[in-house]
Write a protein that binds this ligand. Structure first.
Ligand SMILES: *Cc1c(COP(=O)(O)O)cnc(C)c1O
Length: 354
């Protein structure tokens, strides 16, 4: 029986996507060949790549707005250094909202001066720092829009004239947004889009024109853009699966519809966290993530019985990250309202045992 999957990543994908992806591994579109045994330069795969890129731009409202979509490798972790390698001339600003921002900062320091504009480290990253003055002489400002581990999310973007770069690994395609506020944003596939192995980068063409030229080929956005994400062999399976998820998302009604769905799930879970005497939320209320709901046991509550309950109730992936402890319910696009309700029911069942 399929479990209720609250895993933070790799995470749940839509059931119809899984079915189609599995079928394509057997045989792609009646070709007599598997998706993973054809040339990435075949017309069949080129059509898949082009469709995935077009859907990524369409869903973010960036078609014909001067942006390019790239499907690269190396995860978001490679983007931490790629952004700096391509964009850092002398100094860049970073808002530090947790472990992933921290890692991005560490990589950027190899390429120039990093100015930590703000940090929420003083409270174990349970909030989003706001209202900073952003110096106008930065090469760029980097933020992490959703902090997967801590369960916080930017609900408003910092105001700045310098290029805005975002790690959107865990909230891309989850809500309506003015994506044109970003000059470059990236996301590892494995949270809201597909299996691990590809990373989506959406970049403004005018930014490509300003990038450093002395960059190793595999790390150069310009080379990948010029070659249509086919500079080397692309990871065909994760890209195909991502294309299927983006098709699914469009069928659901795009970002407007998925945002409504995600907000309904988040409301269910957060209302219960706030109501239930056994638990308390981790993140500051106004900064709560619609993708990862973090919560701890209330003071003096022993969680042994809760762990037994949710495990027996076919729930998976609820354990919090070690730096926060407690629990984390990741409620990505593909998670159903029924799964969210099921978790709430189990939380209520546990409260009755106190
Ligand atoms: C998961 C995650 C990453 C790490 O991605 P990799 O693809 O494993 O490198 C980076 N940033 C955020 C916000 C994440 O959620």
């Amino acid at each position: 029986m399929k479990k209720h999957n609250f895993s933070a990543g790799p995470s749940i994908l839509p059931a119809p996507v899984m079915e189609k992806a599995a079928a394509a591994v057997q045989e792609l579109n009646g070709m007599g060949l598997s998706l993973i045994e054809i040339s990435h330069r075949s017309k069949e795969f080129i059509a898949i790549m082009e469709k995935a890129q077009a859907l990524a731009l369409e869903l973010t409202g960036l078609t014909d707005k001067g942006y390019k979509a790239l499907f690269l490798q190396g995860g978001a972790s490679t983007q931490f250094l790629m952004t700096a390698a391509n964009l850092m001339k002398s100094k860049a600003g970073y808002i530090n909202t947790g472990a992933w921002s921290d890692k991005a900062i560490k990589e950027a320091k190899r390429y120039g001066e990093v100015i930590e504009i703000a940090s929420s480290k003083d409270k174990n990253f349970n909030y989003i720092p706001k209202g900073q003055d952003i110096p106008s002489d930065l090469d760029y400002l980097h933020i992490t829009t959703n902090n997967t581990i801590f369960g916080t999310q930017f609900h408003e973007l910092p105001q700045t004239d310098v290029p805005l770069i975002a790690d959107m690994s865990s909230d891309i395609f989850s809500r309506q947004f003015d994506y044109s506020a970003f000059d470059l944003f990236y996301a590892g596939a494995q949270k809201n889009m597909g299996p691990a192995g590809t990373t989506l980068v959406i970049v403004k063409e005018s930014l490509l024109a300003q990038m450093n030229t002395d960059v190793p080929s595999m790390l150069s956005y310009n080379i990948h853009a010029d070659k249509g994400s086919m500079f080397n062999t692309p990871p065909v399976f994760p890209i195909y699966t991502s294309m299927l998820t983006l098709e699914w998302l469009k069928e659901q009604g795009g970002l407007q519809a998925i945002e409504k769905h995600n907000q309904a799930k988040a409301k269910l879970v957060y209302d219960e966290i706030d109501r239930n005497a056994a638990f308390e939320g981790f993140a500051a209320k106004e900064d709560r993530s619609y993708m990862n709901a973090t919560f701890n046991l209330a003071e003096g509550v022993d969680g042994t019985a809760f762990d037994a309950l949710w495990n027996a109730a076919n729930i998976s992936g609820l354990k919090g990250h070690r730096s926060v402890g407690g629990y984390r319910a990741s409620i990505y696009n593909a998670l159903s309202l029924e799964s969210a309700q099921h978790l709430v029911n189990i939380m209520q069942e546990f409260e009755k045992t106190l």
